[in-house]
Ligand binder design. Structure first.
Ligand code: SAM
Length: 236
């Protein structure tokens, strides 16, 4: 049941990101205009399979997650370990570890990715760690205008006050580390990307939309002020 919920939510994620030209992303990947999609914190990798189902070549999609067990469970669930092998399409790695020993670093993907999908990912971290993760995202992306970062995450209503928040639920202790997350509102999320731009000498068009949906978010975040934030960030 948990897996089915996750699938339904993930498919919804891609659809909701659709307001921000997801169709354009799929078309770019199908036509070969873009050749590389990477999902960070992909978990089971259901969105990767959805792209393949929609016609994106298997060779254009990559995923990475901290937990090898999640990647393997995804392979088992979708019966496609042959099509999406570990170490080739799916990388078990700490995204925040930029050392050369890291499987992701060894894959030499820096500067090669056209679009990064980060759903339910950045909200796992406190703000300084989010900044690190965003900078890591930038090292993987090509430096062409038009490359994108898209996704969806938990946040708070505009004006409610972005805040540090203890991570509730099973994600609160991934890897044995007790975590807090920084929940953005629309404005603080844009401010994060202003800071990323200033720190890296890059410029970004940041589109963020908040949604109030009565779903599992309330298990993880404060009820009244919880919102989902969908975003599409394009290099200018
Ligand atoms: C809330 S889950 C979201 C999974 C997937 N994106 C989805 O929407 O179904 C967050 C994912 O981020 C992964 N994660 C957390 N910290 C990570 C890190 N430092 N490096 C890579 N992945 C990480 C977790 O293992 C988990 O699979």
């Amino acid at each position: 049941m948990m897996i089915l919920n996750s699938l339904a939510i993930a498919i919804d994620v891609l659809h909701s990101a659709g307001i921000f030209r997801t169709k354009g992303i799929v078309d770019n990947l199908k036509s070969g205009t873009w050749t590389r999609y990477l999902e960070v914190g992909c978990g089971l990798g259901q969105d990767i399979r959805k792209l393949i189902q929609d016609g994106v070549p298997k060779t254009s999609v990559l995923g990475t997650d901290l937990l090898p067990g999640l990647l393997e469970s995804g392979q088992e669930l979708f019966q496609d370990a042959g099509a999406l092998p570990l170490g080739q399409s799916l990388f078990a790695a700490d995204f925040l570890d930029t050392s050369n020993d890291n499987v992701l670093s060894k894959a030499s993907l820096d500067g090669t990715v056209d679009v990064i999908h980060a759903t339910m990912f950045l909200h796992c971290f406190d703000r300084p760690t989010q900044l690190l993760a965003c900078k890591r995202i930038l090292t993987l992306l090509k430096s062409n205008p038009g490359v994108m970062i898209v996704g969806k995450q938990g946040g708070v209503a505009k004006g409610a006050g972005a805040r540090e928040h203890p991570v509730k639920g099973p994600m609160g202790q991934v890897g044995g580390v007790v975590r807090t997350n920084f929940l953005h509102d629309v404005d603080s999320f844009k401010a994060l990307w202003d800071e990323v731009g200033q720190a890296t000498g890059t410029r970004w068009d940041v589109q963020v939309r908040e949604e109030e949906v009565m779903d599992r978010g309330y298990l993880y975040f404060d009820e009244e002020e919880h919102r989902w934030l969908s975003f599409a960030i394009t290099m200018l």
